[in-house]
Design a protein around this ligand. Sequence first.
Ligand code: ZN
Ligand code: ZN
Length: 411
Amino acid sequence: MPKELLIDKLANLSVQVGANVQQDQVVVVNGSTESKEIVRKVVEEAYKAGAKEVIVNWRDDYTGKMNVEYQSIETLQNIPEYAIERFKYFVDQGACVISIVSPIPGLNKNLDPKKQQAQAVASSKALNFYREHMMGNRSQWTIIAASNPVWAQKVFPGKDEDEATEALWEAIFKASRVTENNDPVKDWEEHNHRLIKHNKILNDYQFKSLHFKNDLGTDLRVELVKNHVWSGGQELATNGTVFNPNIPTEENFTMPLKTGVNGKVVATKPLDYQGNLIEDFWLEFKDGKVVDYDAKEGKDNLQNLIEFDEGSSYLGEVALIGYDSPISQSNILFFNTLFDENASCHLALGRAYPMNIKGGNDMSKEELEKHGYNNSMAHVDFMFGSKDLDIVGYTPDGKEVQIFKDGNFVI
Ligand code: ZN
Ligand code: ZN
């Protein structure tokens, strides 16, 4: 298979459809040393699309690991001014951002979690202005993925390095709707169309609550915030440019009411949390909070997640994905949210997205919380869709509408 051609197509897709790079725009490319081939292609495509300047943020996970290993906590917590200035420049320039993820699962497993946490907290505080800028969709941003041997052998443990790397590339292309014979940009237009259609139908109903039920034991009622917005697929940045934050994406998602979740949900896929697998687990909610849970594997890790902070025992996202979706059908566990969250209906423990409430991007944290928004440092998706999942929506005036039957949309 001519992999190079497909890499070109994926790079082009990230520029045209993902970030939708505009004439004379500054483009920031976040790429790891694991994925330099596609990073270079993305840079070239961005210039071809009219970028004024393309700035590559190279990240090397191996030297990043050494920093945490050898630096003191004090040094790790010191985020120098020049590093912050860089991000101020991106914001001032109205830069769009293309991130290419290529994780190395398990690399950091022997690092002191306290040091990792200290560095993460310090950097998220120092760069909070930047994250709010991007998460508030002030400019376009997108995430795509690239294969690497370590990740690939985690996904395909039976294959040798080269075979596994190829197989993971194939799975990435397929999930991203990039094939030898198609025009990915055109296919994404149609795909966006479908996602937007479902957003519109769901937004028009303004369901008060959703009831999820299947034979595994899921029986969960999720109230939604008033004036919630269903999102998914293409988004509109406040600079007026449409973009696709995730390639791939299959989900229509919105904001649960923080205190309005009751009942039990049974997960249908393992959850990879901080490099540890949690398997065969369920959660029980009362007035929004997890009050009971169990897991056949990794119960301690599930506990760590639920007790991470106050908000991580409440939900921040409910997402609908048909059982027929290509990632669901592939049955591959990617150990990466970009793909795994698109495999199945899911919920997220932790932080909600402000854009899932009307005018939310312009509200303060306090205002959002008044509307039922959940805040947390965590946001972890877990899958619970199944081929027999039924979803019924209740309108504000009490009408029942079947949304999913046997795992798929029926509206
Ligand atoms: Zn999601
Ligand atoms: Zn999520």
